[in-house]
Design a protein around this ligand. Structure first.
Ligand SMILES: Cc1cc2nc3c(=O)[nH]c(=O)nc-3n(C[C@H](O)[C@H](O)[C@H](O)COP(=O)(O)OP(=O)(O)OC[C@H]3O[C@@H](n4cnc5c(N)ncnc54)[C@H](O)[C@@H]3O)c2cc1C
Length: 490
């Protein structure tokens, strides 16, 4: 058994754990980031709407409102340091009746009480001038210019890269299954028999925060997954709006949205259906119909013909609906970061600050690290370059001229960079580069990506997976047949 000793172990490398790890990496501390999957951001943080929310959906009595507004304001600096795709496109809530306009007024008051800047109630002509693709029957609405869009997985990858650069230790395939506590601190044991020691624990395990809390003999609570199905439209869809469009919300969810993603596609969703399973991420044609009719009520030009794919994310919902971020009352040196449903992605930079303050309150000594560097290298993305810039880059590295994914214009050099940054599954590469995310969903580029993974890592064809564990591409004899057709990988 290979045992290592840390000041803090963070369980879960989603956006919450990654953000806390990066924050703590600016102090003289030994930090471990533990993740059960083979890569980071493979949990809730990979399957969401990617919205940086506007801070008006909930009242100021909620911790999540306070952290949402603070977090929103921190994204400009984070983007400069970490270079993830982010744009403040603004959010619109579209109302279709006098009754709905009353709810808009409440949302506006939430925004004012939460100290949101620039929020505005709009009449019909103002809202249509802002967003001409809205249904002409719109009565008016709310405009929140500080709302934005982000590529969520790329954000997590950048946070982790920054944390690692500043000394955090990442342990993937480390599924925490048991823990012991004695005077030295905790011994944390993984499913595959590894262990580490740590004085403090931060529970940032998303959907599984209730199970981790139980393993450490801390608070008993229940996380109920709330299913959110999303449908993605092609980047050429004529229905793409300039702003994120929300309906007037009900008491359960923010409703079905029209989201112009930061990378150029349009997303419709999410549904909000409670379920028991933490694994069921199926999508259904019944919900497809419901999502499209709700979205078309706001933007009539939306067409089902533009769908390229669908996916499901599960919100980790705690009774009461607020975030539970606190020092445990039951277990020493244990910080709970649970129930981080929406607006978790937005709030996360503020969550990291909040957790840092809780750790300090709990006795952790924080001294700033003189060598801390908040920036990471900005890697070129060929599709974002001007043709002359692209030419210069290709001359210095011809692999930027080899386009592997034609739908999303991803070059071989970008795939190689993903692999060299530790993303060696098909999904890891997809989330890092966007290769396989376009109209053909990997139909043309998957075999080329597999060959690049093999070349870079020496992995056999059979060892390559979609997303780790048993998600091999091929099995048994069928595998042998197809392996041969790919040019005899083994
Ligand atoms: C459909 C949908 C849409 C959303 N849209 C938005 C949005 O637009 N804007 C917004 O602000 N928020 C949004 N959210 C919320 C946001 O996605 C979440 O708040 C956020 O991703 C939660 O991050 P997390 O790190 O807590 O969870 P996760 O990303 O799930 O991370 C937890 C990690 O812990 C790991 N883990 C679990 N158990 C163990 C164990 N035993 N050992 C080791 N590791 C373990 C998991 O594998 C996982 O990687 C949305 C959520 C959903 C589902």
């Amino acid at each position: 058994m290979n045992e290592k000793i840390f000041d803090i172990a963070i369980v879960g490398a989603g956006v919450v754990g990654a953000s806390i790890a990066r924050k703590l990496s600016s102090y003289n501390l030994k930090v471990a980031l533990l993740e059960k999957e083979c890569d980071v951001s493979f949990g809730v943080s990979k399957a969401n709407s990617g919205i940086i929310h506007g801070g008006f959906h909930h009242g100021s009595e909620y911790l999540k409102s306070k952290l949402e507004v603070q977090g929103n304001r921190m994204f400009d600096q984070l983007e400069q340091e970490l270079h993830f795709p982010f744009r403040r496109c603004g959010i619109i809530v579209a109302a279709f009746s006098v009754e709905e306009m009353k709810t808009v007024e409440q949302l506006y008051m939430n925004g004012i009480n939460n100290k949101v800047i620039g929020i505005e109630i709009c009449n019909r002509s103002r809202i249509l001038a802002l967003e001409p693709k809205l249904n002409e029957d719109v009565a008016g609405g709310l405009y929140a210019p500080a709302g934005g869009i982000i590529e969520p997985y790329r954000f997590v990858f950048s946070l982790v890269e920054s944390a690692l650069k500043n000394g955090v230790n990442l342990f993937t395939e480390f599924k925490v299954v048991s823990a012991e506590h004695n005077t030295d601190g905790y011994t944390i044991i993984s499913e595959n028999g590894n262990s580490i020691k740590s004085k403090w624990i931060v529970n940032a395990s998303g959907l599984f925060a209730d199970e981790i809390s139980k393993i450490f003999d801390a608070e008993i609570f229940k996380i109920t997954p709330r299913k959110g199905e999303e449908f993605l439209l092609d980047r050429n869809s004529a229905a793409r709006t300039d702003h994120v469009i929300f309906p007037v919300p009900d008491h359960i969810s923010k409703g079905i949205l029209v989201i112009p993603t930061v990378e150029g596609t349009t997303m419709l969703g999410p549904t909000a259906i409670p379920q028991e399973s933490k694994e069921d991420v199926s999508t259904t044609s019944a919900n497809l119909g419901m999502v499209f009719s709700s979205a078309r009520r706001m933007v009539p030009s939306i067409s089902q013909r533009d769908i390229i794919t669908s996916f499901t994310g599960l919100r980790p919902v705690l009774e009461g609906g607020d975030f539970f971020i606190d020092i445990s009352n039951k277990q020493v040196h244990f910080i709970q970061v649970a129930g981080i449903q929406s607006p978790g992605l937005t709030a996360v930079p503020a969550i990291a600050e909040y957790v840092k303050d809780l750790l300090k309150k709990d006795g952790l000594i924080l001294t700033e690290k003189s060598s801390y560097d908040p920036t990471i290298e900005k890697l070129p993305r060929i599709r974002t370059l001007h043709p002359e810039e692209a030419d210069t880059l290709i001359q210095s590295d011809p692999a930027y001229g080899e386009i592997v994914c034609r739908c999303e214009s991803v070059s071989e050099a970008e795939i190689v960079a993903a692999v060299r940054n530790g993303h060696t599954t098909l999904d890891g590469i997809k989330f890092y580069t966007r290769a396989q995310m376009g109209r053909c969903q990997g139909g043309f580029c998957t075999d080329r990506i597999i060959k690049i993974i093999q070349r870079e890592t020496g992995l056999s064809f059979e060892a390559i997976t979609k997303r780790g564990k048993a998600s091999w591409l091929l099995e048994d004899r069928i595998g042998d047949l197809i392996v041969n057709s790919y040019g005899g990988a083994e």
